[in-house]
Design a protein around this ligand. Structure first.
Ligand SMILES: [Zn+2]
Length: 339
C-alpha cells in the first residue's frame, strides 16, 4: 500500500496525518506529539521521526508504505522551507537560523519531503474540502489565529510565490477607514504597516488595538477589571458568542475588515469560493453564521454576477496544516510516479 504522510510542525506540537492514493485520510482527528523545537533542529527532527512511526501504526500502515512526506511549518521560510537566517518566533534555538528543515528531514527519513508554509497548507485543506481532489477551482482562505494566515489557490494550485511569501494575506492593506464605529483608530501591525488585515483581524489585533480602543468606551466591562490585555483578548470570542455587546462589536469590526479584504480578492481573482478558518471561528454554528453575514455586510456592493460567491467556514482547524501538506505531497508524488 502506497501512502503519503503529512507533518505539521508548530511551535509546541507536531501533528501527523496519513493519506492514501484515493485521498482518504487514515487517521481520524488529531495525532499529536510535543514538538521540542526549542531544543533545536537535531532533537526536533528525531522527534518528528519517532512521532511518524507512531502515526503510521495508528493509520494501520508500515513506515515503508510512506512514499513521500508533506511538511508544513510557520514561517518565515523560503518557498523550499529554509528558515529565515534572522530566526523565527516559533524556532528560537540559534541552530534553526537558515536551517533547511525539509532537506534534512528527507535525509533522515530517506524519503522525499515537500514543504509548504502553514497558511498555504491550511488553504489547500480548506479548498480540498469544498472542491475535492484534482479541482481546477480558485479559492481564497483567511485563517484567523494569533496572526492572520491563509493562502490563495488558483486553478487548483497553491500560489507560493517567488520567495515563498505568496498568500501572506495578513499584510495586505485594506481601506479600514470604511469600517463604521472605529473613527480615530490607528491599527498598527507588527510588520510595520498600518491598516493591513492582520492589524484588525487576529487575536493580536484584539489585544494590541481593539481592546485598547473599546475598553475606555465600556469602563464597567468585566475585561476592564481584569487589567491584563493578553488574558482579556483570549476571552473576547467566548463573550462575543454569549452576546456581550462590546465583544460582539470587536468581532463585527474583524468581520468587516475581512469583508473589505475579500472584496479586494473578488476583484483580483473572481474566485469560486472564499473560506474563513482559524481559532476565531472555533465556535457554535450560530456564531459562525453571524460572523459570515457580518463579513458579507462589510463588503462593498458586488456585481450581480459575483454576488453569490460563497463564503465557507474551514473545517477541522487542528488538522488543517498536516492534511494540506499531505495533499500537496501526494500530488507531487503522483507527478513523480511515486504514488
Ligand atoms: Zn502586517
Amino acid at each position: 500500500m502506497r501512502v503519503v504522510a503529512g507533518v505539521d510542525l508548530g511551535g509546541n506540537a507536531i501533528n501527523y496525518t496519513v493519506v492514501n492514493g484515493e485521498e482518504q485520510f487514515l487517521i481520524e482527528g488529531l495525532c499529536e506529539h510535543p514538538a521540542l523545537s526549542r531544543e533545536g533542529p537535531e532533537v526536533c527532527l528525531r522527534q518528528i521521526e519517532n512521532g511518524l512511526k507512531i502515526a503510521v501504526e495508528k493509520a494501520g500502515v508500515l513506515l515503508s508504505d510512506v512514499v513521500a512526506v508533506g511538511l508544513d511549518t510557520p514561517g518565515p521560510a523560503s518557498a523550499e522551507g529554509v528558515l529565515s537566517a534572522r530566526g523565527s518566533t516559533n524556532f528560537v534555538h540559534p541552530d534553526w537560523a537558515g536551517f533547511d528543515i525539509p532537506g534534512n528531514l528527507a535525509k533522515r527519513l530517506g524519503k522525499p519531503v515537500n514543504y509548504l508554509n502553514d497558511g498555504n497548507a491550511g488553504a489547500l485543506w480548506g479548498h480540498f474540502n469544498i472542491f475535492g481532489a484534482n479541482s481546477r477551482d480558485t479559492s481564497i482562505s483567511a485563517v484567523i489565529g494569533t496572526g492572520l494566515g491563509g493562502g490563495v489557490i488558483v486553478d487548483g494550485n497553491v500560489v507560493k510565490g517567488r520567495m515563498g511569501f505568496g498568500g501572506e494575506l495578513g499584510h495586505v492593506l485594506i481601506p479600514y477607514q470604511a469600517i463604521g464605529g472605529i473613527g480615530g483608530l490607528k491599527p498598527d501591525c507588527n510588520c510595520g504597516r498600518t491598516g493591513d488585515l492582520e492589524s484588525l483581524c487576529s487575536l493580536t489585533a484584539i489585544e494590541k488595538t481593539l481592546l485598547p480602543f473599546f475598553l475606555p468606551r465600556y469602563p464597567a466591562h468585566e475585561l476592564a477589571k481584569l487589567g491584563d490585555l493578553h488574558k482579556a483578548a483570549k476571552l473576547v470570542r467566548g463573550l462575543a458568542e454569549s452576546g456581550d455587546p462590546m465583544c460582539q462589536e470587536i468581532f463585527r469590526v474583524q468581520a468587516h475588515a475581512l469583508g473589505l479584504f475579500f472584496d479586494e480578492m473578488v476583484n483580483t481573482f473572481d474566485p469560486d469560493a472564499l473560506i474563513v478558518g482559524g481559532g476565531a471561528l472555533e465556535t457554535g454554528d450560530e456564531f459562525q453564521q453571524w460572523f459570515l453575514r457580518e463579513t458579507r455586510a462589510g463588503m462593498p456592493a458586488q456585481r450581480r454576477e459575483q454576488a453569490d460567491i460563497p463564503i465557507y467556514v474551514m473545517p477541522n482547524g487542528d488538522t488543517a496544516g498536516a492534511r494540506g501538506a499531505a495533499l500537496e505531497a501526494l500530488k507531487l508524488a503522483r507527478l513523480n510516479g511515486l504514488a
